[in-house]
Design a binder for this molecule. Structure first.
Ligand code: AMP
Ligand code: ZN
Length: 138
């Protein structure tokens, strides 16, 4: 399914032109319009899924395989020193475009391009309870 109001549906399906690194029947990989670093790319399914939780299982299974392949090529082509895969779900997690996408971000020595989390302290009792709760839901 496509969403006629979704910009990534339009880009993924070629209705809006983009510089494309990779395309097949199900996916398109483009460059981010506001890149964190040189070569920051976005992997988009052509079908519309708002986020990870809505993503079709068969599509989900292909995402990491494709990301691995494109990341390796991007790494070689850019000569980057490291690589982040980032995927945001929900406004509170930083998602701004509600069509599933995987950020593929080449990293360069000392680029300081991405701020990571502040290290907290693990609460073992809480984590044990949480693990049991999650296990029951799987
Ligand atoms: P997120 O915050 O995870 O939803 O990421 C959305 C990303 O999409 C941001 O990094 C934007 O810079 C990028 N973006 C938004 N519109 C476009 C566009 N038309 N073409 C390419 N990238 C876009
Ligand atoms: Zn869409």
């Amino acid at each position: 399914m496509k969403d006629s109001n979704c910009i990534f549906c339009k880009i993924a399906n070629g209705e809006i032109p983009s510089v494309t690194l990779y395309e097949d029947a199900e996916f398109r990989v483009i460059f981010d319009i506001g890149p964190a670093t040189k070569g920051h790319a976005l992997l988009l399914p052509k079908e519309h899924y708002a986020n990870l939780f809505e993503l079709d299982d068969a599509v989900a299974a292909k995402v990491l395989l494709l990301a691995k392949k494109v990341a390796a090529a991007l790494k070689e082509a850019t000569g980057c020193d490291g690589f982040n895969l980032i995927q945001n779900n929900g406004t509170d997690a930083g998602q701004t475009v509600f069509h599933f996408h995987l950020h593929m971000i080449p990293r360069y020595h000392n680029d300081h391009a991405i701020g990571f989390w502040k290290e907290g302290k693990a609460d073992t009792e809480y984590l044990q309870e949480l693990a049991e709760k999650v296990q029951k839901l799987l």
